[in-house]
Design a protein around this ligand. Structure first.
Ligand code: FES
Ligand code: FES
Length: 162
C-alpha cells in the first residue's frame, strides 16, 4: 500500500508498505530518517518516540497505515549538528549522552514536557520521561540536562528555543 505522511513539515510518500509495517520502519528504512531508534520494537523503551499529530507516541507501535494522512514530527526536526536545539546542547553539556541510543526519544519526550511546562520540577521530569529507558546514565544527568535546557530556553540570550 501507499502511505503518505507529512514528516517535519514535508509531504512524503512510501510505496509498497506491507501490512503491519510500523511507522518507525517507514521513517528509518524508507524515508531516510534514522534519528528515531529501534531498540525494542515493543513499546517498552521509548527510543522511537515521535510526535503524531502533535502527541508523543512510540513509532514502533503505530502501523504505518494508521499514520496515513497525518503529521509526524521526528527528532530530526529539533536541530542538527550545525544548529543544535537547546535540549540537544544541554544533553551534551550535562553529560547526558553515553551510548546515545535512548537520546533521540528522550529529546522528543523532553521537548514535549518543556512545551507544556517550561520550568519542571525533578518529579515532573521523571514522570514525563518514565517511558524512556536508558541503560547507561542512571538518569541523573538526563534530569540535569532538562533543567539546563529549561534555564537556557527561558533566557533567549543564551541561544533561544524553537
Ligand atoms: S523501539 Fe519503540 S518503544 Fe522501544
Ligand atoms: S545513553 Fe545509552 S541507553 Fe541511554
Amino acid at each position: 500500500m501507499r502511505v503518505t505522511v507529512t514528516v517535519n513539515g514535508e509531504r512524503r510518500t512510501a510505496d509498497d508498505v506491507w501490512e503491519g509495517e510500523s511507522l518507525l520502519h517507514v521513517l528509518r528504512e524508507r524515508l531516510g530518517l534514522p534519528g528515531s531508534k529501534n531498540a525494542c520494537e515493543q513499546g517498552e523503551c521509548g527510543s522511537c518516540t515521535v510526535y503524531l499529530d502533535g502527541v508523543t507516541c512510540c513509532a514502533c507501535l503505530v502501523a504505518a497505515g494508521q499514520a496515513d494522512g497525518r503529521e509526524v514530527t521526528t527528532v530530526e526536526s529539533l536541530g542538527d549538528a550545525e544548529a543544535l536545539h537547546p535540549l540537544q546542547r544541554a544533553f551534551v553539556d550535562a553529560g547526558a549522552v553515553q551510548c546515545g541510543f535512548c537520546t533521540p526519544g528522550l529529546l522528543v519526550a523532553a521537548h514535549d514536557l518543556l512545551a507544556r511546562d517550561p520550568d519542571p520540577e525533578d518529579s515532573d521530569i521523571r514522570e514525563a520521561l518514565a517511558g524512556n529507558l536508558c541503560r547507561c546514565t542512571g538518569y541523573e544527568k538526563i534530569i540535569d540536562a532538562v533543567h539546563l535546557a529549561a534555564e537556557r530556553m527561558a533566557a533567549p540570550a543564551d541561544g533561544g528555543a524553537r
